[in-house]
Ligand binder design. Structure first.
Ligand SMILES: Nc1ncnc2c1ncn2[C@@H]1O[C@H](COP(=O)(O)OP(=O)(O)OP(=O)(O)O)[C@@H](O)[C@H]1O
Length: 260
């Protein structure tokens, strides 16, 4: 079930010097929803993710989180609201056990700085459970796991710390289709179980179609369309729609150029 609004992006603009990366982006993410942000190289996807996660500030426009306007000075401000971002390489450290990977850089320690392994193990199991993975022994090193399970550990880490909104910048870019669909399955479980929101960035139509409840297509810094997945019949249908819209946009641009 898709629920109330979590994030609203309102007319966001961002330039790098003379390069205009975002031109008035509007977007909504609701609880319990995976939103795919689909677009080619240079479309502005990473810039938008960096703004929502507090790494960059917009030149113009606003972010509304849970109904309130927010201004992030750094990623810490976004994290404090339960917004986490994960990048392309869902990196795990092979030589460390599963539970230590899940708590990487978030280690739980006592006052003297000693690791609280029992707590981390217990919580690591819960983190895996939440995405539908039962791993009786979280003490095993990640190197002994299959490729799919290694990805599961990385996704469990991201989803455990993202309490409300998880931003995934091309998490399936380096995976084959079977692995990508597995990771997508974990992400969907997390969203439905926790009633959280996900923005799933990709340039792959098949991955977007499999992952999303809704799809935004961004091109040259503009959102060219938004569709619910149930309005589309297949990834091919999505591709055809994109081709048509890009063609129309190019025609308009040529017309405007000739007029000028
Ligand atoms: N630090 C920067 N300095 C100058 N221009 C930048 C910078 N970062 C991005 N750009 C430009 O802004 C535009 C949008 O880039 P962005 O990385 O957001 O796109 P993207 O859709 O994430 O592409 P990709 O899939 O290749 O990462 C591009 O024209 C890019 O060249």
């Amino acid at each position: 079930m898709v629920g109330e609004e979590l994030l609203r992006v309102v007319d966001v603009w961002k330039s790098y010097g003379t390069v205009v990366a975002l031109r008035g982006v509007n977007m909504v993410v609701r609880r319990g929803e995976v939103v795919a942000l689909l677009g080619d190289n240079g479309a502005g996807k990473s810039t938008l993710i960096k703004i929502i996660s507090g790494y960059l500030r917009p030149d113009r426009g606003q972010l509304i989180f849970e109904g309130k306007p927010v201004r992030f000075k750094s990623p810490l401000d976004a994290k404090a609201l339960g917004i986490e971002v994960v990048h392309q390489d869902l990196a795990v450290i092979l030589d460390l056990p599963v539970y230590r990977n899940i708590f990487l850089t978030h280690e739980v320690t006592n006052k003297l700085g000693f690791l609280k392994d029992d707590i981390m193990k217990e919580e690591a199991k819960k983190a895996l459970d939440a995405i539908g993975i039962t791993m009786p022994d979280v003490d095993v090193k990640v190197e002994s796991l299959s490729g799919g399970l290694r990805q599961a550990v990385a996704v469990a880490r991201a989803t455990y710390f993202a309490k409300k909104l998880l931003l995934m910048d091309e998490p399936t870019a380096n995976l084959n289709l079977v692995e990508a669909l597995e990771v997508i399955d974990y992400i969907r479980k997390f969203v439905k179980e926790r009633n959280a929101g996900v923005i799933f960035v990709t340039h792959n139509m098949i991955h977007a179609f499999a992952a999303a409840d809704r799809i935004y297509f961004i091109d040259k810094g503009r959102i060219l369309f938004e569709r619910r997945k149930d309005e589309l019949s297949s990834p091919d249908d999505l591709e055809m729609l994109i081709e048509k819209i890009v063609e129309e946009r190019e025609k308009e641009e040529r017309y405007e150029y000739q007029k000028a």
